[in-house]
Design a protein around this ligand. Sequence first.
Ligand SMILES: [Zn+2]
Length: 240
Amino acid sequence: MKSTLQSLYLLQLLDTELDELRELRGDLPETVNAMEAELKMVEQRIEECDEALKKGAVERSQMEKESLELIAKIDKYKGQQLEVTNNKEYDALTREMETAENTIASHEAEIEQTMQRADELKTSKTEFETRHEELVKELEVKHEELKEILEATNEEEMTLEANREEALKGLLEKDLELYTRIREAKGKAVAPIRRESCSGCYNVVPPQMILEVKKNDRLFICEHCGRILVSEEIAQETSI
Ligand SMILES: [Zn+2]
């Protein structure tokens, strides 16, 4: 049991160090992730603008081509009208010309719309490109900052993590679960008794319990804060 208590306290020391290291990095890794995600999104938007512009241009040139063909047809119908010999044929050509003119008019309206849409798309694209440029510059700085911090902390983190793995070997599943549960709720899960008090919550520990804890043969929980109590002896004997 003593070794379990030592492992628990060691785990606490290692986790505290790891917490401090991670705090040193602050929210920089998350910031960089968020910026990278935004950059991807902006790149996608630029691509979408390009695709929409291309599609609009194709549609527009198709309509222009068709309109030109229709104009040629109308000319041809006009010529044919001069040569027809009866009203029926004449009226039929008039109807053909009207249909062609209507189609040309609707193409013109649509071309006008796609040109407006193209202007809007170009404006959006320029905005996205500006943001893209900003993000690339900002990310360059942030990546450099992050690299420096990671270089400064990675080696230490790896050592701490390795020691943590080692400490875990000395613990049963249920002990680790208890530790994890308290750590999640309280930040620190293990509190050595110092000056007859729980060093986690500073409440006085009853003398009888102090005597029991000192035996290092059972797991005691502080009745005030719920942390695992260990003796001062365990705290003194255990270090990273
Ligand atoms: Zn306590």
